[in-house]
Design a protein around this ligand. Structure first.
Ligand code: B12
Ligand code: SF4
Length: 511
């Protein structure tokens, strides 16, 4: 029987990963086992894809984002050399379907794989594979259940479940609303609950709700919606979500905690926030702050976000209500200057978010910014053409050329050296020992027991070291080679985490 392989490509293979690549297990759930048996999964964060397992006629599915398309194309070439039929999908393939075909793929799937994957496998095995399939945006009730029985729980810190896809906002630096749509699609409560219980039984005590935006329909969001029809649909979504929160609360053990991503508008919806905290047991959430000033928020098309001191208070209030904030900032928005980044640093410190991440701006493929900047680049200087942006893209198809994000654009108000200096200064200030100790003693951690404070110290140091210095992100994409001290820090951090949140310790060595 021909086999089906699914590969999550990665630049590096440290032998562990922080968060499961959900698509791998969802596509496994959508694979017709009666035709091909259980699919063979490879997450390259854990181990490199081994082409020798592949025989002619097997099907190899690869999921790529813009960050990992290069290792994805390496897997593609290796699989083709073994005579496999290679199908590429994922966010990057959805944005640029021609690219994987140019790289030699037999077929490309755009959109969601939940429903179409069965047909793709059937066609491939029957010798009638087409070049293009469109999986579209599947309705929430049709989203496939992940095959967690194929997961080795000892290799991941957290497993991820999706509760809702899509986001009603339209931030200019984000591709989510372009690819996943602005109409939130909610998964069936029963399916989410079933997966949560399964992961609990497997030993997980902390999971990730891998939603684009966990709170697409809060009171404040609904109130600023100009279209009556959309407002009514958001109201219905809010009601449905609150009911789902209660059902989850009744059906899932109360020591299963979660991390998610949400917007700052949550602060004005007491009932929703309480539901997230008490019913869904969300204890930490990434909040997209992006910028503290009006011009920055305007550049990001996120004018509805609180600004300046109001954002500082918002972060503090969310934390007082029991959800710790991982605040996410962008350095290098179109309006940024050395001064605005220094103000950002000051406000960020003042807010006291439990963790903060500072990313260097670059126009992600699929975003409004990217497409406008590409047009600017092509048409600038033409009579009558008014460029949309002051920021300029300096490299074509930059995702195919590994390098620093700051190489991708030229900013109007900042040189590359200034941007990198201020970006590094943000990380350094936020994770300096006095700043961490300050948050521990007087800020968010003041009532924590000594063990909690110690754990926080480790988590802060590890987060900064791993993310800022080595560029390791959730799927272990990494810029530099890790030194011994970083490896030790990761292993200690993971040990501390596993002590608090796992029944079984991890079995891995950082390589
Ligand atoms: C949860 C999440 C995270 C989590 C966890 C990541 C993880 N390991 O799972 C965290 C917060 C840690 C994270 C981090 C980052 N993320 Co993120 N993340 C997401 C988010 C919201 C959901 C991903 C998810 O699990 N979805 C659920 C699964 C089931 O959906 P899916 O992956 O799209 O897969 C479906 C289809 O694409 C398709 N499919 C996928 N693969 C394949 C393969 C085949 C063969 C087929 C047929 C189909 C198919 O079928 C699947 C089922 O329908 C997405 C947004 C989004 N809508 O994708 C952003 C997103 C993927 N992230 C993005 C980015 C940029 C990042 C960061 C780089 C951000 C940063 N600040 O540095 C980091 C680094 C991660 C990296 N190196 O790629 C971008 C990627 C954009 C792009 N053009 O590639 C997205 C799209 C959001 C955005 N801002 O635009 N992320
Ligand atoms: S950044 Fe967040 S709020 Fe904005 S469109 Fe993307 S998912 Fe939605």
């Amino acid at each position: 029987m021909p086999k089906v392989f699914l590969v999550n490509p990665s630049n590096v293979t440290p032998g562990y990963s922080f968060i499961t690549p959900r698509w791998l297990f969802v596509l496994a759930g959508a694979t017709p086992v009666e035709l091909a048996g259980d699919p063979i999964l490879t997450d390259e964060s854990l181990q490199r894809f081994d082409p020798n397992q592949v025989s002619p006629g097997d099907v190899v599915g690869i999921g790529i984002s813009s960050g990992n398309c290069l290792p994805g194309y390496r897997v593609l070439t290796q699989a083709k050399e073994r005579g496999a039929k290679v199908v590429v999908g994922g966010i990057h393939a959805t944005i640029f379907p021609e690219e994987p075909l140019r790289m030699g793929a037999d077929s490309v799937v755009t959109g969601n794989g939940d429903l179409i994957w069965r047909k793709v496998v059937e066609d491939a095995l029957a010798g009638r594979l087409q070049q293009r399939y469109d999986g579209g945006r599947v309705p929430g009730e049709s989203m496939a259940k992940a095959r967690w029985d194929l997961l080795d729980p000892a290799k991941y810190m957290m497993a991820s479940i999706q509760t809702v896809a899509g986001c009603p906002e339209n931030c200019s630096f984000c591709s989510v609303w372009v690819t996943d749509g602005r109409k939130p699609r909610q998964r069936l409560a029963e399916k989410v609950i079933e997966e949560a219980n399964e992961l609990y039984r497997m030993g997980f005590r902390y999971i990730v709700f891998a939603d684009d935006n966990f709170n697409p329909a809060t009171l404040a969001r609904i109130a600023r919606e100009p279209s009556l029809q959309v407002r009514q649909s958001l109201e219905a979504i809010r009601d449905e979500r609150l009911r789902f929160f209660e059902q989850y609360h009744r059906s899932v053990p109360d020591n299963l905690y979660a991390f998610t991503q949400m917007t700052a508008e949550i602060v004005d919806d007491e009932e929703y926030l309480r539901g997230m905290r008490d019913h869904m047991r969300i204890r930490t959430a990434l909040v997209g702050v992006e910028s503290f000033d009006e011009q920055g928020l305007e550049a990001a098309n996120k004018q509805w976000n609180p600004c300046g001191q109001e954002m500082v208070r918002t972060i503090q209030t969310i934390q007082e209500r029991g959800i710790l904030v991982l605040a996410s900032y962008i350095c290098g928005l179109e309006s940024d200057s050395v001064n605005s980044l220094r103000v950002m640093r000051r406000h960020a410190l003042e807010s006291g978010a439990v963790l903060a991440q500072f990313t260097v701006y670059y126009p992600l493929p699929g975003t409004k910014d990217y497409h406008e900047m590409v047009r600017d680049r092509a048409q600038i200087g033409q009579p009558g053409y008014v460029p949309k942006h002051k920021t300029r893209i300096t490299q074509d198809q930059f995702w195919l050329h590994p390098g620093q994000r700051a190489d991708v654009v030229a900013l109007a108000g900042l040189s590359k050296a200034e941007l990198l200096r201020e970006h590094a200064a943000c990380w350094k200030a936020y994770y300096s020992l006095p700043a961490i100790l300050g948050r521990m003693r007087k800020g968010v951690g003041k009532s924590w027991p000594a063990a909690g404070k110690l754990a926080y110290l480790f988590v802060s140091l590890a987060f900064c070291r791993v993310y800022a210095e080595h560029g390791v992100s959730a799927d272990s994409v990494q810029r530099g080679k890790m030194n011994m001290a970083t490896k030790l820090l990761i292993q200690t951090g993971v040990g501390v985490y596993s002590f608090f949140f796992r029944r079984k310790a991890f079995r891995f060595r950082v390589t």
